[in-house]
Design a protein around this ligand. Sequence first.
Ligand code: ADP
Ligand code: MG
Length: 222
Amino acid sequence: MTAPRLETQGLSLGYDGAVFATGIDLVVQPAEIVAILGPSGSGKSTLLGAIAGVVPAMGGRIIVDGIDVTEMPIHRRGIGLIFQDALLFPHLSVADNVAYGLRRHGMAKEAARERAAELLDWVGLGGYGGRRVDELSGGQAQRVALARALAPRPSVLLLDEPFSALDQDLRQRLAGEVATMLRHEGLAAVHVTHDAAEAATIADRVLSMTDIATGFDHPSAI
Ligand code: ADP
Ligand code: MG
């Protein structure tokens, strides 16, 4: 039995000491995509932020590939994160957006450029590396964000409503394509969304925010 890629043990969520969800035990296996459904304000972004380390966890542990990363900084957790907005760097080319994290982690320029080109091919944007990001459509920008998140080879990818800004057809198509890509790479993915159809398209398992927490004290989740 290989270790789960991601495990949370008794994770609590909240802000400034006010906890709104407790006892979150989530286990995601290699190549498994779990979708978590919840209405706006139910804590989906907070959950992903706590796993990634951009928001402090109010309690509990986060384990990636058998290693406790709870106290580790974001860039050492082996976790990639993509958001509703692609949040690309507007002053960098498409290829430099993808290579950015690699260069910051000390990868040589030429190696980073090759890895970026490989990733862009993989998301169907081979040949787009020299373009400006403001020439991209919304769907293309999200593919670039995906390539950027995957460039450092994370073990776990967290997707925070990544297709919400796109129209329905594109959303369904991209969700299907991304699911195929993630399974091929053997990553674990947690995809949060308020869209049940998108969750069903992408995920092996669909859970709700209220299911995964033993304690939930939040008006918007009821
Ligand atoms: P979702 O992503 O499901 O819409 P969020 O995780 O963004 O939900 O929000 C969960 C709860 O935490 C909401 O009540 C929200 O107002 C609150 N919240 C979100 N971000 C912060 C923050 N930075 N500081 C304080 N409270 C926050
Ligand atoms: Mg959110």
